[in-house]
Design a protein around this ligand. Structure first.
Ligand code: FES
Length: 103
């Protein structure tokens, strides 16, 4: 398991996502507190290689700025194409910091 510190919990937006640069990861990791749960996802859409920074977050879902596919943040499921899943990273809060498991 490779666990990396994403940042302070206080730096995560509430009911929104922001991009965090992680050494060794090509696309920034998207993270935020969604409905009280720390969520961290890949920063690139599984449909095509479009960055998710700038996507719209609403009702626990992220809309990709590429073609508008909607992903449920709690599961990663895509509402437009069930064969697609947005990668989620397991996240833990330790002493006020958010850590994610990359593998
Ligand atoms: S690239 Fe995200 S929906 Fe197409």
């Amino acid at each position: 398991m490779l666990r990396v510190r994403l940042g302070a919990l206080a730096d995560l937006p509430i009911d929104d996502l922001r991009a965090f640069t992680v050494a060794g990861v090509t696309w920034p990791v998207m993270a935020g507190v969604i409905a009280g749960e720390v969520i961290a996802t890949a920063g690139v859409c599984p449909h095509e290689d479009v960055g998710l920074d700038g996507g719209e977050v609403a009702d626990g879902c992220l809309t990709c700025p590429g073609h508008g596919y909607v992903f449920e943040l709690r599961t990663g499921a895509c509402r437009h194409d069930r064969s697609l899943t947005l990668r989620r990273y397991r996240a833990r809060v330790i002493d006020g910091d958010v850590w994610i498991e990359l593998v």
